[in-house]
Design a protein around this ligand. Structure first.
Ligand code: NAD
Length: 503
């Protein structure tokens, strides 16, 4: 039986170590401070209390980590796939064994509610298991005979890679990137978000203790403009897997241009959930609420725009208002809490600025629109109604527990509104008309579409976005396409004649 007090007591034990030791880097298997000895503080969004001092790393630390990753690469890439599989399964076992500790630290560091983080930590273990099982076949290819050659294709790991992650569900997202990179045979330099360094430290410790050789996974903490920039520009880092804001992705693309960096981007979203009048409205309501108010709305795949057919809109909104007003905002470690505090004050200011914006644009704040309490970054789950698609609340990624409803009169208008944004990550359709579902899905500009469902991640399927939402796909073999180079070796058969020059 878990409750807030039990969680708080357990967390206190875990935090003591982070506070006493600080959050250092892990480079070449050694725990080290930043070369400059500088640190910055990470604080909790629950009460703004100090959690720990974190290494404020720069170009020198990144250079050390890239050298360690480069030195470890040849050996690691040459490991037999079955051996790599075994060590990655050990990592998964250790994550599962420490899942509660990971979840508690994540809740405190990010403000995410326990009910979701306890599952997210275990999903991190699943990510490792899934890619561990793929490690033995990562290099597989084909034979493609041509008239005078036998072509043998195969894949080789690209080299040391950089993984730059954001603060929303940081543990789960980091495993999603790091597990396939390691399974492919790459070595990694991980730069986690400055606002949520705790669980990146736990992950690097776990990997090290599970038997990953020194230098295979390196952790460098710090700010994006310092450590993140240096990682992106480093000539020994062959690729950058980045999850974060679209404008940061654009910056990373520029910074990586001189070294011809391969990039994989998972960026922002302004995802539509489209409810037609023939849908199962009860299920649609549950899914729409879950997809925007779970994880504090700080999720790239959130259904932040609700497009309602005009004949069902009044009733649907009335039921929505009732439910939104009942969502439990509270301490993230309380198992009853559904929405916790936003990650930090600047993000809180950004999210709450849309309350005035909505009023100024002529929308209605039908629920929420206020802060909760007078300490920490808590906001009330908020619903804007009466919006049109040209409003900022319909176009911009707010990244909080804030939903905007827009009405449509027919399928054509719904599609036009759904596609009329810069982003193209996910879409959610609610209809019992199969032909319409297929037609609409085909025309919807989004990398991932769910019909009559909330977002359910299935690891073998491709995950990623179109337009300003990203470049590349994760999941299954798509992950290996990014972390590996395809290679073709052509063997000439006896019949092959070489053109003679100067004969
Ligand atoms: P962010 O872009 O501010 O930061 C992400 C990471 O990039 C951090 O580690 C940061 O330090 C680093 N960074 C910042 N500037 C950099 C620079 N110049 N060079 C190199 N690195 C730099 O994003 P955030 O606010 O931490 O995260 C929220 C964003 O992430 C949202 O837009 C959300 O939609 C997006 N996201 C997308 C997905 C997806 O799968 N598409 C998943 C999760 C989050």
């Amino acid at each position: 039986m878990t409750d807030l007090a039990t969680h708080q007591a357990a967390l206190a034990g875990h935090l003591e170590r982070h506070r006493a030791e600080g959050i250092q880097n892990l480079i070449g298997g050694q725990t080290v401070p930043a070369a400059s000895r500088q640190t910055f503080a990470t604080t909790s969004p629950v009460d703004e209390s100090h959690i720990a001092d974190v290494a404020r790393s720069g170009a020198e630390d990144i250079d050390d980590a890239a050298s360690a990753a480069k030195a470890a690469f040849r050996d690691w890439a040459a490991w037999d796939g079955a051996k790599r599989k075994a060590v990655l399964h050990k990592v998964a076992d250790a994550i599962a064994a420490r899942a509660d500790e990971i979840a508690l630290c994540e809740c405190w560091d990010t403000g995410q509610a326990w009910r979701f983080m306890s599952k997210a930590a275990l999903r991190g273990a699943e990510n490792f298991r899934f890619f561990a099982d793929m490690a033995p076949s990562a290099r597989d290819g084909q034979t493609l005979p041509s008239p005078n050659h036998l072509n043998v294709t195969g894949r080789v790991p690209i080299g040391p890679v950089g993984v730059i992650t954001p603060w929303n569900t940081p543990f789960m997202l980091s495993t999603w990137k790091i597990a396939p990179a390691l399974a492919a045979g790459c070595t990694v330099v991980h730069k986690p978000a400055e606002f949520s360094p705790l669980t990146a430290r736990l992950l690097s410790e776990i990997c090290h203790a599970a038997g990953l050789p020194d230098g295979v996974l390196n952790l460098v903490n710090g700010f994006g403009e310092e450590a993140g920039k240096a990682l992106t520009e480093h000539p020994d880092i062959k690729a950058i897997a980045f999850v974060g804001e679209s404008r940061t992705g654009s910056m990373i693309m520029k910074l990586g241009a001189d070294t011809l960096k391969r990039v994989h981007f998972e960026l922002g979203g302004k995802n539509p959930v489209v409810v037609f009048d023939d849908a199962d409205l009860e299920r649609a309501l549950d899914a729409a609420i879950f997809m925007i108010y779970s994880l504090n709305g700080e999720r790239c795949t959130s259904s932040s725009r609700l497009l309602l057919h005009e004949t069902i809109a009044d009733d649907f909104e009335a039921r929505l208002i009732e439910r939104v007003n009942r969502i439990k905002v509270g301490h993230p470690l309380d198992p009853a809490t559904e929405v916790g505090p936003l990650i930090h004050q600047t993000h809180f200011d950004k999210v709450t600025s849309y309350f005035d914006r909505a009023r100024a644009e002529g929308a209605t704040i039908a629920a929420g629109g206020t802060r909760v309490g007078d300490q920490g970054c808590f906001v009330a789950p908020t619903l804007f109604t009466g919006a049109t698609n040209d409003m900022a609340i319909a176009q911009e990624e707010i990244f909080g527990p804030v939903l905007t409803t827009i009405r449509f009169k027919d399928e054509e208008e719904a599609l036009r509104i759904a596609n009329d944004v810069a982003y193209g990550l996910t879409g959610y359709l609610w209809t019992n008309d199969l032909t319409r579902a297929l037609r609409f899905s085909d025309a919807l500009e989004a990398g991932m579409i769910w019909v009559n469902s909330e977002n359910v991640r299935h690891l073998p399927t491709p995950f990623g976005g179109m337009k300003a939402s990203g470049i590349g796909r994760d999941g299954g073999d798509w992950s290996f396409e990014f972390y590996m180079e395809q290679k073709n070796i052509a063997f000439a058969t006896g019949a092959h004649r070489i053109p003679k020059l100067g004969a």
